[in-house]
Ligand binder design. Sequence first.
Ligand code: GRF
Length: 209
Amino acid sequence: MAAKPVVKRLVVLVSGSGTNLQALLDEIAATGTEAYGAEIVAVGADRDGIEGLARAERAGLPAFVRKVKDYDTREEWDAALAESVAAHEPDLVVSAGFMKIVGKEFLARFGGRFVNTHPALLPSFPGAHGVRDALAYGARVTGCTVHFVDDGVDTGPIIAQGVVEVRDEDDESALHERIKEVERRLLVDVVGRLARNGYRIEGRKVVIQ
Ligand code: GRF
């Protein structure tokens, strides 16, 4: 009998509407955990009352919230976040619109298996306003980048990118919506391939086996 395929454990971190989380949930439900290669075992957030947490609840997933303001220092928050994620024993942690920079403790535990999605073509327009900054700069193309997280802001090794044209009539919200359509497909594709095939990080290059 063939060995049972390994299903990787994902913890997904969110701060907002959670449509990237939903895309992962929908794909895994449609494909099946074994064929996709991964399942979401928990969702974490840095704030309450967001649609991302409601999506987790509707999917019947355990969720946790770790707010910076509930801790005396940023380091304590980071350690608490890392502990909450570790409790779910993830193989990969996915930052899907998680709007916080994690610290040393988190990276010590999850570095090399912490994936982020960013709404611009890195290394252009890193930071919290990637869509607004690309528009203000007058870029004619922008897009999204799925990358591993290192100790910089959106500086880690790039796994995959998707390109989106900027239209003359675009405002930040219209452009962001078109980027997110590409971003959701890219994230679902990348996470599945990392989970199923395995990968190695060689300097700045990510090789998916
Ligand atoms: C995404 O564009 C992500 O790159 C950015 O915020 C958005 C999150 O969207 N940081 P959602 O919460 O997954 O809908």
